[in-house]
Structures are given as C-alpha cells and as structure tokens.
Ligand binder design. Structure first.
Ligand SMILES: NC(=O)c1ccc[n+]([C@@H]2O[C@H](COP(=O)([O-])OP(=O)(O)OC[C@H]3O[C@@H](n4cnc5c(N)ncnc54)[C@H](O)[C@@H]3O)[C@@H](O)[C@H]2O)c1
Ligand SMILES: N[C@H](CO)Cc1c[nH]c[nH+]1
Ligand SMILES: [Zn+2]
Length: 430
C-alpha cells in the first residue's frame, strides 16, 4: 500500500483521485445500447445479455416456479440471517416516516406538505462478481414501506441463465412485483424505455459497476429519475493509536474485495498505526478467496499520515467517502464535523460490514465524491413531497394585493387577473 506522509493540501485532489474509468470512456457504449434498446426492445436486450453476460436466456421474466425452487434452495441459517437484517432495516426505515407539515401562513391561507409513493420503481441488484442479495433488502424494504405499487427488480443472469437463489428469495420476501434476468447497461435501458418484457419505471435505484452507474446517469436524460450515482465501493478510515490494526485492516479489505476499482484509504495521525495496518493487510489478504480482486484495489489505495486531526478532517471532507469509519480518541470531533460522507461508522466495534448487511442503515450510497451533494438511499428516496394550499375569502384578501403587484411587475397580466377577479367579486359581495 502507498504510504504518504504530510501531503500538502494542493496535492490532495490528485492523491485522492478515484481509480474509476471516466464517464467519457463508457458513455459512447451506453448511448449506443440505449438507442438500440429503445428501437428494438427485448431483441436488443437479449443481444447484449449474450454479449456481456455470455448467456442466452429463453425468457427474461423469472417464473413463480423459479422463485419456489430458489426458496427451497436457500439454507435455513441464511433465511434466518436475512430475517434479522430485514427486521433491522425495516425498523430504521419505518422510523423515517414523517408527519404532515401544516402551517397557516396568514389567517385564511393554509399550506401543507404530504408525501406520496413513487408508483413504479426499478431496483438494480448487482450480480457481476458477487450476488448482492443484501441490496435487495436495502431497496425493496423501503420501497414497500413507502407504498410503491410496482417494484421491478433487474439482476444479471449467471452463465446458466439463472439469478442467484438468495436474490430471488429476498425479492419474494420483500414484495418485489416482477423479477427480470437482465443486468448492466441493457437493464437500465430497459427500465428507462420499457420493452415487451421490462416495464418502464419512473425511478431507478441501486448500485452497480461503472457501466451501470453511467447508464443510470444517461437515463435521467430520458425523463427517468435515479437515486444517485452509486458506483464502485469505497471506504476511508480515520484511526489513531486507540484503533486495533487488525480491525482496521479487515475493514479496508472488506471494501477492497468488492472490485478492482474499489478504493480504500487510511488517514492517521500515528505513523506506528499506519505501519501496523500495512502489515496486517499484507497478512490478511493472503487468506481471502477474492485476493486477486482485493490486491488490485489495494494497489490503488493509500495510507496517509497527517499531523493533526483538523488536517485529517479537511482531507476527509474534500474526499467525501462513501463509507467513513472513525476509530479515534476524538470520535466526537469527527462525527460532529464531518460534512461529506455517505454513511459513518464509529468505534472499534462498528465494522463497515455491519452497515452492508444488518445494522439497519442503507448500504446504497453515493460514491466518487457524490457524498458532497447526494444522500444515500432512504425512505424519502421512494417518495415525492407534494404541497397543498387552501385559501378562503379572508386569505385571498390578505395576500391578493401583493400577488397583483408582483404579477404586474413580471408582466404577467393573466396571473394578476386571476386574483383581481376574485377580489372584485368579494368587494361586490358575490
Ligand atoms: N455504492 C454502493 O452503494 C454499492 C453497493 C453495492 C455494490 N457496489 C458496487 O457495485 C459494483 C457491482 O459490480 P459488478 O460488476 O459485480 O456487478 P453489476 O451487476 O453492477 O455489473 C455486471 C454487468 O455489467 C455488464 N458489463 C460487464 N462488462 C461490461 C462491458 N465491458 N461493457 C458493457 N457492460 C459490461 C454486464 O452486463 C454485467 O451483467 C461493484 O463495483 C461494487 O463495488 C456499490
Ligand atoms: N459495501 C457495498 C456498498 O458499497 C454494499 C455491500 C453489499 N454486500 C456487501 N457489501
Ligand atoms: Zn460491502
């Protein structure tokens, strides 16, 4: 791992550059696939599934028989673990429901705000190198709590043309209404335009590799909303001598094993800790089944020494990590002052994996610095906020004049008239 000591602030952005491909590299492919799916529907989707996933599927739609087969195939122990995770995710997301906000701004003018579910949502579940059934819980649980009535799930088929049984089990458990064997750019294009088999949706959710992430961003140009750009996983840990090097190394490796383009960073005010963590990473990586993947991510990763916690905090806020672990004597300082992070994990006994699976928080989070301007998935992601107003005679008399003056000043006579007619009617006692 690269050790960097006291980097000057002007070098931070190049040191902290993500290893992901730039959007330009992928955009041309995404555009071409979108065009073809829009024109040819299922035929184009099947073509790209065969090209990128190396399999020809008879029908993209998962049947009830396949779901029942999957339910039978999932071991009882895993079913119980999924049930525990689902209960915690449900508890945390249900608690995010908010009351109606109502204010009488002036007597006779009532304004209120209410939330409504997004009716049709598409959930993308990654399946390229690992079948992320935990992501089903993270997306379908809040979708169901919000009251979305069409929940379409897409995930890439394996070489045998099947979706991992745990994904199907979790989807069935969490109220998904339609499951499709399709992944990558072609899945996002299908959800954007609709095909003979894939329903067109209003909003697309879920993480994925760079192809999926760029495709989601392009989907927004065709009127579909997305949760956020949630690309290759990343983790930044700030730790000092109160941290346990073996724990810190295990957390770094947990995100490094996601993909070669994942990025993990340690920031520390202790050179001793940096050395101990580097040794631990070298030892622990040897035993990992996904060592080859983790090694590539670790090669891009950094161990950064800084002199003070204040400098560390500035660097962290500039980076805006997807996940931020704090193992420091000054954990309050970091948790109170961090501005840019998708999800924060505090203390030696809060591994990042807890948020990935079962603490209750959502693991679908902004990457690539988007934690500066996007939230992770939460209950509100599946809802729209609508405002209402009801004005009585007294109310329109209170604000009518101001509206008339403002409409006149904007040169919008019809706007003014809509008020003037009412005010006159009231003056005339109508
Ligand atoms: N940010 C988050 O919240 C979060 C959560 C979970 C996972 N992740 C990330 O999700 C990613 C999952 O990636 P994955 O690859 O395992 O699964 P994936 O399902 O995202 O992507 C697999 C699909 O990519 C397509 N593809 C592969 N190579 C291609 C190419 N050369 N051209 C066009 N399309 C191609 C194929 O259609 C394949 O089905 C990882 O990077 C992981 O770090 C992020
Ligand atoms: N760490 C991933 C988000 O970046 C989520 C995940 C799912 N399974 C394991 N991890
Ligand atoms: Zn993870």
């Amino acid at each position: 791992m690269n050790k960097i000591y006291n980097p000057k602030p002007e070098t931070w952005s190049s040191i902290l550059e993500r290893p992901t491909k730039t959007v330009d590299d992928i955009e041309a492919t995404v555009k071409e696939i979108f065009k073809e799916v829009q024109k040819k529907g299922d035929e184009a989707v099947a073509k790209y599934t065969s090209l990128f996933d190396g399999v020809a599927v008879d029908t993209m739609i998962v049947t009830e028989a396949e779901i029942q087969e999957a339910i039978a195939a999932v071991p009882q122990e895993l079913k119980e673990a999924i049930a525990l995770a689902k209960a915690n995710i449900t508890a945390f997301h249900r608690a995010q429901k908010t009351e109606r906000v109502a204010v009488e701004t002036v007597p006779g003018v009532s304004c209120w705000q209410e939330k409504r579910p997004i009716q049709k949502v598409g959930l993308y579940i990654p399946g390229g190198t690992a079948p992320l059934f935990s992501t089903v819980l993270m997306l379908a649980v809040p979708a169901e709590i919000a009251g979305c009535n069409e929940i379409v799930l897409c995930s890439p088929p394996d070489k045998g043309g099947k979706i991992n049984p745990a994904i199907l089990f979790a989807a069935n458990l969490c109220g998904v209404t339609k499951i499709m064997k399709v992944g990558g750019i072609q899945a996002i294009a299908g959800l954007t335009f609709g095909t003979e088999s894939i329903p067109k949706v209003y909003k697309i959710f879920g993480p994925g590799n760079q192809f999926v992430t760029v495709a989601k961003q392009l989907a927004t140009q065709f009127g579909v909303a997305i949760d956020m750009p949630a690309g290759p996983s990343e983790l930044l840990i700030v730790a000092d001598d109160t941290a346990v090097p073996a724990f810190v190394a295990s957390d770094l490796l947990s995100q490094a094993e996601h993909g070669a383009d994942s990025q993990v960073i340690l920031v520390s005010t202790s050179k001793k800790l940096i050395d101990a963590v580097a040794d631990e990473v070298a030892t622990q990586i040897e035993a990992l089944p996904r060592k080859a993947i983790a090694e590539k991510a670790i090669a891009n990763s950094k161990l950064i020494y800084v002199e003070t916690d204040a400098i560390a905090l500035d660097l962290i806020n500039e980076y805006g990590p997807e996940h931020f672990i704090i193992c420091s004597e000054f954990d309050d300082f970091y948790s109170n002052n961090v501005l840019n992070a998708g999800s924060v994990f505090i203390g030696n006994y809060t591994p990042e994996s807890a948020g990935d699976y079962a603490s209750g928080t959502n693991h679908t989070l902004p990457t690539n610095g988007y934690a500066k301007n996007y939230s992770g998935v939460n209950l509100d992601s599946f809802m729209k906020t609508m405002t209402f107003q009801k004005i009585n005679e007294k109310g329109i008399q209170a604000i009518g004049k101001a509206i008339e003056i403002m409409a006149e000043a904007e040169g919008l006579q019809a706007h003014k008239n809509a008020v003037t007619l009412r005010l006159k009617a009231l003056e005339n006692g109508k």
